[in-house]
Design a protein. Structure first.
Length: 162
């Protein structure tokens, strides 16, 4: 009798975990700082590769959240390691940039360079005094790469998108 209950509980647990894994597959968690400075985490589903950009009712592209992965390029950056954040591409030549660097949440903006739809710069600042500046080039509206320099001298290679 105990063996049957044990097998039944194990089966039920496996089913629940399978449903959870299936439900969360294709999602990623994005940290967001609200107006009061509190950090929250939200999940956003990833569209399948090759999915066309969603558009608003009037035909304009809708904002898209992109993952930003920063990989160390010098010894100062290596001390912190890889850093991740988000860029919300507003599809207007502007974007919002946010990442956690050490104990500081840096928030800023990204802007495309005039005359070159693919190149851009991003700047962010944290309440603890840390700041950063990046230059990047987009291959598509959802993917790009560049370099970032932090106020402490840390240099990173940044990859944007999926």
């Amino acid at each position: 009798m105990k063996t049957q209950l044990s097998v039944r509980n194990a089966t039920r647990t496996a089913i629940i975990l399978g449903i959870a894994a299936t439900t969360l597959a294709g999602c990623y968690v994005v940290p967001v700082v609200d107006a009061e400075g509190k950090q929250g985490y939200y999940t956003y589903p990833l569209p399948p590769a090759g999915t066309p950009m969603p558009t608003a009712a009037h035909g304009a592209p809708m904002p898209t959240a992109l993952t930003a992965r920063l990989y160390p390029e010098n010894d100062i950056a290596s001390a912190t390691g890889m850093v991740t954040g988000t860029v919300t591409n507003m599809m207007t030549g502007k974007g919002r940039f946010q990442l956690q660097y050490g104990n500081d949440v840096l928030v800023g903006e990204a802007t495309r360079v005039s005359g070159d739809e693919r190149r851009g710069i991003a700047s962010a600042y944290g309440a603890g005094g840390t700041y950063m500046s990046c230059e990047y080039q987009m291959n598509t509206p959802r993917q790009g790469a560049g370099t970032c320099l932090f106020s402490n001298g840390a240099k990173y290679k940044v990859h944007l998108g999926m």
